[in-house]
Design a protein around this ligand. Structure first.
Ligand code: TGC
Ligand code: FAD
Length: 390
């Protein structure tokens, strides 16, 4: 049989990438292996994020890597996707950190902000000097953000914010929050809220068994006064935040396959070296079936992501396609992680191997940025023309 580039590239998808795309992927992979992998177990146990690595991530150019100008790398969307893949091969929390900063904070500033907002925030967010978060979800409004209760009341040249957000990645450590709130007419608007403003609080949410190496927070606004110059003026309505979600969901679809690849690689090594009944696990047909299923689903996800990336780069993609990719790739990754956990036997429940960490993380990834079922509804709505959300 033809020798492939690596066991995680069974269909030589590498040959469909440009030199720049491969170099980008390889440099991020090298950094993750050298700098992140040695510390992830401790951070996962402690429930912390390695903040000391943030400047290095900035130097690597991963924050807003598909943005042109403002100190960003200006890469195409396939290279951006490969970055997400490599980060999540490390941990979903690492990819989350980077995709929130780029897709949910830098993107809305770029797409909906003023020149002054872009000039001030984007270069600082690109280096990691400033950290951002994105507040859409509320305690009573997750899948249905259109019902949000957070209010922005116009008062002269200012806005006064009241309300609460929940499950906000990086909230506690953020310098700026992109906050979505309704005005007196019920129109959804986006605001840049500096987190040192009086009346703003962001307590960390504890007790998570998933995405432990990621900070998750509540955001509380009690008469937080912000100037009108902090409003994102170029968008109003739910399509504002949903447009950001499309960017982040795109990155997640690539990221999840990175987590799947990590679980598969660990399974392959384990199956070849673990001896039972005097033979390596890899010699048993039921184990081979599991490995075969993993390779098959990873190849399909890789081709799906690549075609989505090419469509995005040509400007012809749509959000239904992004939903399908997020839905499929996270689902197969979770399946692979669960099978990998099983294949590792008792060792699969310890953090000596990465599989249970990925498995637990992927439960969050399945839920955030639109749950699996919400994406099923989005895809079905795109092909039937009928919405079944409400
Ligand atoms: P609906 O009437 O369908 O749409 C309202 C307007 O928005 C447009 N639109 C989109 N635009 C861009 N991208 C998308 N994905 C879009 N989906 C819809 C739509 O065309 C319409 O535009 P217009 O011009 O007609 O006004 O809205 P709906 O209220 O019926 O809701 C639809 C639904 C359920 C699909 C939507 O609300 C949804 O996606 N819900 C899921 C919520 C969600 O994903 N929340 C994520 C929060 S952020 C997060 O989880 C970060 S995790 C971070 C990490 O990585 O750590
Ligand atoms: P619900 O909406 O209550 O859904 C519960 C269940 O009901 C799900 O299975 C769902 O699929 C199902 N359901 C809901 N509506 C329907 C329907 N119409 N038809 C069929 N089934 C339905 N949000 C942010 O704004 N910013 C962040 O940075 C952020 N980070 C997050 C980090 C983590 C670790 C997690 C876990 C979440 C984060 N979220 C963030 C929130 C996330 O986007 C929401 O959890 C998600 O959108 C789902 O909302 P919910 O949890 O309220 O679930």
């Amino acid at each position: 049989m033809r020798k492939t580039v690596s066991p995680t590239d069974f269909f030589d998808v590498d040959s469909l990438l440009s030199e720049e795309e491969r170099l980008t992927r390889d440099s991020v992979r090298e950094w993750v292996d050298r700098r992140f992998m040695p510390v992830i177990t401790k951070h996962h146990r402690d429930g912390t994020f390695p903040m000391e690595l943030v400047p290095e991530l900035g130097e690597l150019g991963v924050f807003g890597a598909n943005i042109n100008g403002y100190g960003c790398a200006g890469l195409n969307n396939v290279a951006y996707g490969l970055i997400m893949q490599e980060l999540e091969r490390g941990d979903s929390g690492l990819r989350s950190f980077v995709s929130v900063q780029g897709a949910l904070v830098m993107f809305p500033i770029l797409a909906y902000g003023t020149e002054a907002q872009k000039d001030y925030w984007l270069p600082k967010l690109a280096t990691g000097e400033k950290i951002g978060c994105f507040g859409l979800t509320e305690p009573d409004h997750g899948s249905d953000p259109s019902g949000m209760k957070t209010r922005a009341r116009k008062q002269g040249d200012n806005w006064v914010l009241n309300g609460a957000k929940m499950w906000i990645t990086n909230g506690t450590i953020a310098d700026v929050a992109v906050v979505w709130a309704k005005d007196d007419e019920g129109t959804i608007r986006g605001f840049l809220v500096e987190t040192d403003r009086p009346g703003f609080q962001a307590p960390e949410m504890k007790g998570k068994f998933s995405l432990r190496a990621s900070i998750t927070s509540e955001l509380v606004f009690e008469d937080v006064v912000i100037p009108d110059t902090n409003r994102l003026p170029k968008v109003e309505g739910l399509k504002g935040p949903l447009g950001c979600l499309t960017q982040a969901r795109y990155g997640i679809s690539w990221g999840a396959q990175g987590a799947a690849m990590a679980c598969y690689e660990s399974s392959l090594n384990y199956a070849k070296t673990r001896i039972q009944f005097d033979k390596p696990l890899a010699s048993f047909q039921l184990i081979q079936a599991k490995i075969s299923d993993m390779v098959c689903e990873i190849v399909k996800a890789q081709l799906l992501s690549l075609q989505l990336g090419r469509l995005k780069d040509s400007g012809t993609y749509n959000f239904g396609q992004v939903s399908l990719a997020k839905m499929n790739n996270v689902n197969i990754a979770l399946d692979i992680a669960r099978n990998a956990r099983d294949l590792h036997g008792a060792n699969g429940i310890t953090d000596e191997y990465p599989v249970i960490r990925h498995m637990l993380n992927l439960e969050s990834v399945k839920t955030y940025e639109g749950t699996h079922d919400i994406h099923r509804l989005i895809v079905a709505s795109a092909v039937t023309g009928v919405q079944a959300f409400k």
